[in-house]
Design a protein around this ligand. Structure first.
Ligand SMILES: [Zn+2]
Length: 105
């Protein structure tokens, strides 16, 4: 099985500088933050790449319809955060958590 370079951090395992929201309008800038898309490994497996491409296709279609993330999430019965994770390939979309994969991360 061949590993694929993470599309977000380009294989570095970190992204930055990034602004981290601490809530209530406060936050801070970090020079580097572990890449949430590959868990710091800088690599994806074929599964992850497939999820990413599926998510990107979904996003293009949604944007093409002029539908916001929030609107689409409401229509699909998921939270905007879940839909965002799906579109960026971090997670598969599992409304009602009937997805048999119990894997985390
Ligand atoms: Zn990454």
């Amino acid at each position: 099985m061949s590993a694929i370079e993470c599309r977000y951090c380009r294989g570095r395992g970190w992204t930055g500088p990034v602004h981290v929201n601490r809530g209530s309008g406060t936050g801070e800038w970090l020079d580097r933050m572990e890449c949430a898309h590959c868990g710091g490994t800088g690599q994806w497996d074929a599964d992850h790449l497939a999820r990413y491409e599926k998510g990107q296709a979904h996003r293009r279609e949604r944007v093409g319809r002029g539908e916001s993330l929030r609107e689409a999430a409401a229509r699909l019965g998921v939270t905007p955060a879940q839909l965002s994770s799906f579109e960026t390939g971090r997670r598969s979309l599992a409304p009602g958590s009937k997805d048999k994969e119990g894997r985390d991360g």
